[in-house]
Design a binder for this molecule. Structure first.
Ligand code: ADP
Ligand code: MG
Length: 460
């Protein structure tokens, strides 16, 4: 028998947690509670109006179902915004002119892809109109959209992660571009993390670090792409930490992307990691067949070509995990078409793409696992085999042992021999430790999955 509202909600949350991803759960159900329960109606208070709409659309039937299992008298659920931060919404009409002007600019440029806005460092080619939304990126898209309409107040910071070639940069830039259009008075800066790091390095060399920071501080929206590059770059992390705090405190929007969740970035300072984890974390998965096809069709429209549907299907069926590779395949066919003045059929496509697609995937092996793991954790391969007990190395080593056991079915003693003659009980301990972590923590599961994606997705 459920007694209080709080007890009921806790049981509901416990069940929802099993049905949706951890990132989604943390995002949408943070700070929710049952605010009243009367005459069969349960009112749930949520964080803000954006969450309200989202939860209502996506989760209301799931929530009702779970509540009804616990409390038969419930007939419906309603959502209400708890304490919302005041948000200023700028009307679109005021900036319509800017949009028109921008459009014209873009159309005049012969090389759209190469045209980068000097002020923002954004490429206007990346926008929301040419970004296809499917289940795999739905939430990241929605959150980015919300941010672009209320920068600094909707969700701050946003940490977007997903494997390479799945649209992080596109989404980040689309968000930046839209903010730039809707809020012309706001200074948007897009910086790939590698460039941030090299900027710091040369600023140190030229004694111009203060200027470098001042320059950044003057922006209103800071977008840093691929922050996994901060791994091991202590000075850059330190400087970024300060900039981050300034932005955060003055409610200026920060948007970050990475190829993995914050916890899986190696050699990153704890305080920076907790900043990354302190805002909205959203992931991009892999698109399903239908979405892959939709993306290809969109690219054809953009590139003004008309490839046969069965040819597009051939690409979409055979390249699954990377949109950039799909686009590469498409470009090859477009080149063929332009060059030969005829549209390739499936047979021709097969030939043209044979070195991208047809090569049978090699089974993975010891060498590949070790290489992938050391790259993933940013370590030297030999570190994995060293005697060191440093945490940054022990953990990846354990992960390596786990994957060797799971994916190659290697015996514990044989794995032990490969790791400096370690006793098989050490390997069993490591294996069980990772098994336990996976069970208890979804982040560890996504970490292992990311490694596996890297291990198996290469078309070599
Ligand atoms: P990432 O930064 O995650 O490595 P990118 O943003 O560079 O990936 O995307 C790779 C390519 O795929 C880009 O050309 C991008 O325009 C395209 N792309 C990715 N996601 C989408 C999408 N949802 N709709 C349309 N194009 C996409
Ligand atoms: Mg990118």
């Amino acid at each position: 028998m459920i007694k209080s509202n709080e007890e009921l909600w806790q049981s509901v949350l416990a069940q929802i947690q099993f049905s949706i991803s951890r990132a989604n759960f943390a995002t949408w159900f943070k700070n929710t509670k049952i605010s009243s329960r009367e005459k069969g109606e349960v009112v749930i208070s949520v964080e803000n109006s954006f969450s309200k709409e989202w939860i209502d659309n996506k989760y209301s039937s799931l929530i009702l179902k779970i509540i009804r299992e616990l409390d038969k008298d419930t007939k419906n659920v309603k959502f209400l915004v708890g304490q919302e931060k005041r948000v200023f919404i700028k009307t679109q009409t005021s900036s319509k002119k800017d949009v028109e002007e921008n459009k014209e600019d873009v159309n005049q440029l012969p090389f759209q892809e190469l045209s980068v806005n000097q002020k923002t460092n954004l490429n206007p080619h990346y926008n929301f109109d040419n970004f296809i939304v499917g289940k795999f990126n739905e939430m990241s898209h929605a959150v980015s959209w919300a941010i672009s309409e209320n920068p600094g107040t909707a969700y701050n910071p946003l940490f977007l992660y997903g494997d390479v070639g799945l649209g992080k940069t596109h989404l980040l830039q689309a968000t930046g571009n839209k903010i730039d259009t809707l809020f012309p008075e706001k200074k948007v800066r897009y910086i790939p993390c590698e460039r941030f790091v090299s900027g710091i390095v040369s600023a140190i060399r030229d004694h111009s670090i203060a200027e470098f920071k001042k320059n950044l501080r003057e922006s209103d929206v800071l977008i840093i792409d691929d922050v996994q590059f901060f791994a091991g770059k202590e000075k850059s992390q330190e400087e970024f930490f300060h900039i981050f705090n300034i932005f955060y405190q003055s409610q200026k929007q920060i948007i970050l992307s990475s190829d993995r969740p914050p916890k899986a970035i190696p050699a990153i300072e704890g305080r920076l990691m907790s900043r990354f984890e302190g805002g909205m974390i959203s992931d991009i998965g892999t698109p399903d067949l239908e979405t892959r096809l939709a993306i290809l069709k969109e690219k054809c429209v953009e590139k003004n070509v008309n490839l046969k549907t069965n040819v597009l299907e051939y690409i979409a069926t055979n390249i699954r995990s990377n949109i950039r590779e799909m686009e590469g395949a498409l470009n090859r066919l477009i080149f063929f078409e332009k060059f030969n003045n005829k549209s390739p059929d499936v047979e021709t496509a097969k030939k043209l793409l044979s070195n991208l697609i047809n090569i049978p995937r090699k089974r993975t092996d010891f060498k590949k696992i070790i290489k992938t793991i050391s790259e993933f954790y940013n370590l030297k391969e030999r570190d994995l085999f060293s005697k060191t007990r440093k945490k940054e190395i022990v953990r990846p080593r354990q992960v390596a042992m786990y994957i060797l056991r799971e994916d190659l079915n290697e015996s514990f003693p044989s794995i032990g021999r490969k790791f400096d003659g370690k006793d098989h009980t050490t390997i069993i301990y490591a294996y069980n430790k990772i098994v336990k972590e996976i069970k208890e923590n979804d982040n560890v599961l996504s970490e292992i999955n990311l490694i596996r994606q890297k291990l198996y997705s290469e078309l070599k």
